[in-house]
Design a protein around this ligand. Structure first.
Ligand code: 4AD
Ligand code: MG
Length: 424
């Protein structure tokens, strides 16, 4: 019997012989049954495993219905497995992915805790659109069938639970900034939500984000930290998941392990946005979305830069201010901001961050009247002991994609939330 409790890929071989009183029943079991086995762990006589259990008692706790069981021994496509998200953690592939995901989340906490960062739990329900992109899910306790209206015919949020219009957060950054000015170095690690209707292999409507925020930190200092951070996570995975990674490599990505090892000892390259645009313009490639200075880079551009131009991870810095969020620090050229994206082969952007605008007068230039009113408390942070500070957001599922060689972000999170799908 091949028994697996999820702790590793290969499970444990159990020898069940005729001496067992329920041998007849056991011999009729099929894939998916749940067993409790008592016996002795011995060195294996056969090949393929070091140890096995010579069973003395095998208790059948739950049977599975033979051919009707959706997970047969033959391989299934990842698409098929997404439709049975409640069963797919039992498969070799998703088992490996979720073990690696667990290791990464522990390693992330350790990285920051070892460096004295405070873990801060920023709110999930918020009245602020931190990224200003307007891609938020509303939260309300109003009766949607009978919405109270103001005289002007708008929804009357005064009557709603919080007395105002609130949503699920897109980022914990703004709150984390407040904490960084009290605790110096902090980080969040929590769920974030985006109602962008991009049905791609890189976007989820609900994803987890790690957001460190550091006082007395500038963009250059942060580049050093992110590189050290990603490398440490990578090493932890290589150390602890040899078997899982070898399996994923065999199944999905022939260069997975060598690629990860390569990054462990190659410094990240850094390019400015302006340099990157020149490289793209001179690449001789015809992109679906044409490139010119000032445009937002599309995933085809990001992938060209990291996969073809650099062949590894790449920091892209100093983006045009008009395509980045209001809180990013204006550079001396007054055209660009101290932004940083980290791009990796196969995935594209996994980190987005920046040095923050700590000068109130400059910040005010980038906020309209409405935003100033909404974020009065954020402006306060620039009035009371403001300091240069910086932070970034790492998309956790994109990190998992990168380290497992999976291609679709829906295979990097237990129960993906994407347009038209929240069944599980
Ligand atoms: O670049 P983003 O939008 O940056 C922020 O939210 C900042 N407030 C972070 C900060 O400076 N504290 O998002 C950060 C990262 C992206 O680089 C990407 O990895 C991930 O979050 N991300 C998504 N992952 C999955 N699905 C989505 N819809 C995502 N949107 C962003
Ligand atoms: Mg971004």
């Amino acid at each position: 019997i091949q028994l697996n409790d999820g702790s590793n890929l290969s499970g444990l071989q159990v020898i069940a012989d005729e001496k067992l009183e329920n041998y007849e029943e056991i011999s009729k079991l099929s894939t998916g049954a749940a067993l409790e086995v008592w016996g002795t762990l011995v060195e294996s006589q056969g090949r393929g495993q070091d140890f096995e259990v010579q069973s003395e008692q095998v208790l059948i706790r739950g049977t599975a219905p033979g051919e009707e069981y959706p997970l047969q021994k033959k391989g299934h496509t990842l698409e098929f497995l997404r439709d049975i998200a409640h069963l797919r953690p039992r498969t070799n592939t998703l088992g490996a992915v979720f073990r690696i995901r667990n290791t990464l989340s522990q390693a992330i906490h350790r990285f920051f805790q070892d460096r004295g960062f405070l873990y801060v739990h920023t709110p999930i329900i918020t009245a602020n659109d931190a990224e200003g992109a307007g891609e938020m899910f509303h939260v309300t306790s109003l009766d949607l069938e009978q919405l109270p209206k103001t005289k002007a015919g708008k929804v009357d949020y005064d009557q709603d639970f919080f007395g105002t219009d609130v949503s699920l957060t897109v980022s914990g950054q703004l709150g984390a900034e407040g904490f960084a000015l009290a605790f110096t170095n902090v980080y969040t690690f929590g769920p974030t939500f985006r109602a962008e209707n991009s049905n791609t292999a890189r976007h989820l409507a609900e994803f987890w984000m790690i957001e460190p925020e550091m006082a007395f930190m500038d963009l250059q200092g942060m580049l050093v930290l992110t590189e050290e951070f990603l490398r440490e996570l990578l090493k932890e995975c290589l150390d602890r998941h040899e078997e899982d990674l070898a399996f994923l490599q065999k199944m999905y990505d022939q260069e997975l392990i060598s690629g990860l090892k390569h990054i462990c000892d190659t410094p990240f390259e850094t390019l400015t946005y302006t340099e990157a645009v020149k490289i793209l313009e001179n690449s001789g490639k015809s992109f679906e979305f044409p490139v010119e200075w000032g445009c937002d880079l599309q995933s085809e551009h990001e992938r060209y830069l990291s996969e073809v131009h650099v062949g590894g991870p790449l920091n892209l810095i100093d983006y045009p201010k008009d395509i980045k969020a209001f809180y990013m620090r204006l550079n001396d050229d007054e055209k660009t901001v101290a932004a940083m994206d980290v791009l990796v082969p196969g995935v594209g952007e996994i980190i987005g961050g920046s040095q923050r605008e700590e000068r109130l007068d400059v910040l005010d230039e980038r906020m309209d009247a409405h935003l100033k009113e909404e974020l009065w408390w954020y402006r306060d942070l620039r009035r009371y002991g403001t300091v240069p500070h910086a932070g970034f957001g790492l998309g956790f599922e994109r990190l998992v994609l990168y380290l497992t060689g999976m291609e679709n972000i829906r295979d990097a999170i237990p129960f993906p939330r994407v347009p038209n799908n929240a069944a599980f």
